[in-house]
Design a protein. Structure first.
Length: 341
């Protein structure tokens, strides 16, 4: 169903998912990091930060908030969300398309160029009909052939979650919400201080919903950290080689103090290299973990489960296990009811 008739599926809000999604769409040199603290120090450690994506359970906004003034700056790439379930990818594209330093790749560059002169609603339809983007998005859909009996009986629907992008463009910090008519200018900023300005706005939004909702997720689109660390290692090697050449040219006339300084400098360079190598190893391990988790997300475990349950039934073990599970569930329910009395 996900890949028929142009449908988009819901996907998990996860840095590993979004990082691979960006790569599958063709952009390079970026990754997504989840933020567990909303403060300047956490954001500074991830520099350069290209944009933020905020996930929350959608609710109607108060009238005073809904009266926001929308910007008409033609240099802002803004698309309205007109395709169901596409908001995660659309929020990602809102950041990628507004940061010229990001290498988009041929397909995304063509999509941006083609839709650049279109109105926001038609841009949204253009993104929704971009087959390569849709297939990349849908490739992260979890195999889910069944709905729970409870949801079927109650006609229950999944909670509606929404993604908003925050990105600096031309000296202004913008909120890009595809459910609104246009981008909202939040503050004047520079490329260096925009993260300091965005924190209060996100805190205010969280406070607005905190009485009825505690599930929020904040993700940062940043430069590929492994790539940045490798460049730092190369620069360190160049500095080390330059320092060695400088000391060699000093010749035999170098005094003891200079030799001691040379030794200290070499030790400092070696310590810096070891620190960078450790960080690089951590990044590479994290990316491998993301890849492994994404493989598991896509895998359909139902055939295995059916085969396993069938074997248990043939060996006469399934019924006792079911009875044990029912007894444990009943005991847990009774304990919960007693605790509420």
């Amino acid at each position: 169903m996900a890949d028929s008739e142009g449908a988009w599926t819901t996907i998990e809000s996860d840095p590993g998912v979004f990082t691979e999604l960006i790569s599958r769409m063709g952009a390079t040199g970026v990754q997504v990091e989840e933020l567990y603290a909303l403060d300047e120090q956490a954001l500074d450690e991830l520099r350069p930060v290209y944009g933020l994506i905020f996930l929350f359970k959608w609710q109607n906004e108060p009238p005073d908030v809904a009266k926001a003034v929308f910007s008409a700056d033609p240099e802002i790439y803004f698309a309205q969300q007109v395709v169901p379930n596409a908001c995660a990818t659309q929020a990602i594209l809102s950041v990628l398309f507004n940061r010229p330093e990001i290498s988009l790749g041929a397909d995304l560059s063509d999509l941006k160029a083609f839709s650049l002169d279109l109105p926001p609603d038609v841009r949204g339809m253009t993104i929704g009909s971009a087959e390569g983007v849709r297939q990349a998005h849908n490739s992260f859909a979890s195999p889910n052939p069944f709905l729970s009996d409870e949801k079927l009986a109650a006609g229950e629907k999944d909670d509606a979650y929404h993604f908003i992008a925050y990105v600096p463009v031309n000296g202004q910090l913008y909120e890009l919400d595809g459910l609104k008519p246009g981008p909202v200018s939040l503050a004047s900023c520079t490329q260096d201080d925009w993260t300091r300005h965005v924190c209060p706005h996100i805190r205010e939004r969280i406070a607005r919903y905190s009485q009825s909702e505690i599930r929020f997720n904040l993700l940062a689109i940043v430069r590929d950290r492994a790539e940045a660390l490798q460049e730092q290692l190369q620069a360190l090697d160049a500095a080390s080689a330059g320092a060695g050449s400088s000391h060699e040219s000093a010749g035999a006339g170098a005094d003891a103090m200079r030799e001691a300084g040379s030794s200290d400098e070499a030790s400092n360079l070696q310590a810096a290299r070891m620190e960078l190598e450790a960080k690089l190893a951590q990044e590479q391990e994290k990316h491998q973990l993301w890849r492994d988790e994404n493989v598991r997300r896509r895998h359909n475990y139902m055939p295995f489960l059916f085969t396993y349950l069938n074997l248990l039934a043939k060996q006469g073990q399934l019924r006792p296990l079911m009875e044990q599970a029912e007894a444990a569930a009943k005991e847990k329910l009774q304990s919960s009811q007693k605790a509420q009395q």
